[in-house]
Design a protein around this ligand. Structure first.
Ligand code: MSP
Length: 521
């Protein structure tokens, strides 16, 4: 990654449900990417927030007996709290009910209307409330159900305002053809291109208030509110200073961040992000985002984990029972980015025990305990190192580059896999050189110094590389290794800054305990 600004976003989560593992995954992923970018010295803005209008929310608030505003305030707060509890640090928490958002949506609509991109007509189509969009005839399964929500189509016919999406179709097709990295993994770029292979229908962007009151009123017709997706997508611009006026005439707009904007989304919202959003942007005179990064679903068995199917895992409960970092590590390590992945408690416990408790945790505690006992917690000398010791350190020194290479290709799970392999390599080295046996023989003091010192230097590299995925663990480990405590993550450029011989190390850390499934559910 180059040394420049970077803008990372999650989708805005619907407030009809409390945060679940699916939401937590994307937010954790973006936090991880933010950490990594910061470790490269980049200036990053991480935006998340809540999507608070539309039929789904109106229905949920009605059921709860609360006003939509009360209801959305309450649920939106649960998202904010959840991210805090999981240790995630968004820079912007955006709500689509904030007053500036109303303004920018209205101004944008008015500009498009004035430009002739919005017209009024009567339309009939098959609507899915779960998706909050009309689906084309091909987008229903063989039983006529929405594949994501397993609900039948609602046939809707009404007069509405429409955005002339098709007007920008060729420009968008050209954009995708010329920017092969604009959607990753690449199968989703192909999917987006397939969506553009047929003429695009105009996009219905209003709802009559007889049917839906909970939305942003159209600036040019009081009888209608704005379609929820048209409203919500604009958050991505609003989060960095867009006001609804022309971008070039908006001094507060952080264009350098938009130039490097990366939207992380789930595969179910590809069409809205890869077709609706960029055509809206082109109409508003703004470039499409630099990149869409698309994740698959966390499944329970064969089904998508979702509120409507009632099979969700509560991330707060996981945090309270097992801690935030093991959970974060598992989600990022076990989901091959872009593909679906099955959540099981067994695989979570197994991964955490194998690579955290028995992996980096045990490596740090056993080697640093031996340094404490044999060298009074002082960094051993490097003078007696032999070829085998140099070979280990040389190999571990290759880890940062290997990690970055996978990371840049959005193969996050592979990047973390490289880290786990490096830990395993250090473990093999220790098992081969048996420092606990060397410690018993005074003639082997030189070898003992060499072996423990080599592991300590390796750990200092590991502590930098692991910081994006395991920030707390990295911090503890670095203090144990004798580095100054800091809230800032270590920079990748600090790899190779080893602790001076004879310098005092910190307390031996207890990083990750072994986890066990509770007896009851
Ligand atoms: N409000 C819209 C997004 C508007 S963005 C301008 C929305 N919200 S959502 O709450 O339904 O979903 C938000 C994100 O969570 C989506 O990216 C969706 O893919 C993701 N997930 C929801 N369940 C999921 C899984 N089971 N697994 C992985 N991600 C999933 O869509």
């Amino acid at each position: 990654m180059k040394n420049s600004s970077m803008y990372l976003t999650t989708p805005l989560y619907y407030v009809n449900a409390r945060p679940h593992l699916g939401h937590a995954y994307t937010t954790i992923l973006v936090d991880f990417v933010k950490n990594f970018a910061k470790q490269q010295g980049r200036d990053v803005i991480f935006l998340t927030g809540t999507d608070e209008h539309g039929e789904k929310i109106a229905q949920s608030s009605e059921k709860s007996g609360k006003s939509p505003q009360e209801f959305t305030d309450e649920v939106s707060q649960t998202f904010r709290d959840a991210w805090k509890k999981l240790g995630l640090k968004p820079d912007v928490f955006y709500r689509t009910t904030q007053p500036e958002h109303y303004e920018l949506v209205k101004k944008s609509l008015q500009r498009l209307k004035d430009k002739g991109d919005i017209h009024f007509t009567t339309y009939s189509g098959k609507y899915c409330v779960g998706c909050e969009r009309f689906r084309t005839d091909q987008e229903w399964d063989e039983k006529g159900l929405c594949p994501d929500h397993q609900t039948p189509a609602e046939i809707r016919e009404e007069s509405n305002y429409f955005f002339k999406m098709g007007k920008y179709q060729d420009e968008l097709k050209k954009y995708y053809a010329e920017n092969s990295e604009s959607i990753v993994p690449s199968n989703y770029l192909k999917e987006a291109q397939a969506m553009l292979s047929e003429p695009l229908e105009d996009l219905c962007i209003s709802r009559p208030i007889e049917r839906l009151k909970w939305g942003i009123p159209l600036p040019f017709d009081e009888g209608y509110v704005t379609y929820v997706w048209f409203d919500a997508l604009l958050n991505y611009l609003g989060g960095i200073g867009y006001t609804g006026d022309e971008i070039d005439k908006t001094p507060g707009f952080k264009s350098e961040f938009w130039e490097n904007s990366h939207h992380f989304i789930g595969k179910d919202i590809l069409k809205t992000h890869a077709v609706y959003w960029p055509t809206m942007l082109l109409a508003l005179g703004v470039k499409p985002p630099k990149q869409l990064l698309v994740n698959g679903f966390w499944l329970m068995g064969k089904l998508k984990m979702s509120k409507s199917l009632g099979n969700v895992v509560d991330p707060i409960l996981v945090e309270e029972t097992f801690g935030a970092e093991p959970f974060r590590y598992y989600l990022l390590r076990d989901m091959s980015f872009g593909a679906d992945s099955s959540f099981t408690w067994e695989s979570f416990i197994l991964r955490s025990n194998a690579e955290l408790a028995n992996g980096i945790g045990n490596l740090a505690s056993r080697s640093l305990t031996l340094i404490k006992k044999n060298f009074d917690s002082k960094m051993p000398s490097r003078a007696t190192r032999e070829d085998g010791d140099h070979a280990l350190l040389k190999s571990i020194e290759k880890l940062p580059a290997a990690f970055c290479e996978e990371f840049e290709k959005a193969r996050y799970h592979m990047a973390i896999g490289k880290f786990a392999e490096a830990v395993a390599e250090c473990d093999r080295y220790i098992n081969e050189h048996k420092p606990w046996a060397l410690a018993k023989d005074p003639d082997q003091r030189g070898r003992l110094e060499a072996v423990l010192g080599t592991v300590a230097d390796s750990l200092s590299i590991l502590s930098v590389v692991m910081a994006s995925v395991l920030p707390e663990g990295s911090r503890k480990l670095r203090v144990a290794l004798g580095f100054a405590d800091s809230e800032e993550l270590p920079l990748f450029s600090e790899v190779g800054n080893y602790i001076a011989e004879g310098a005092s190390l910190g307390e031996v850390p207890r990083l990750y305990p072994r986890l066990e499934l509770p007896k009851e559910d």
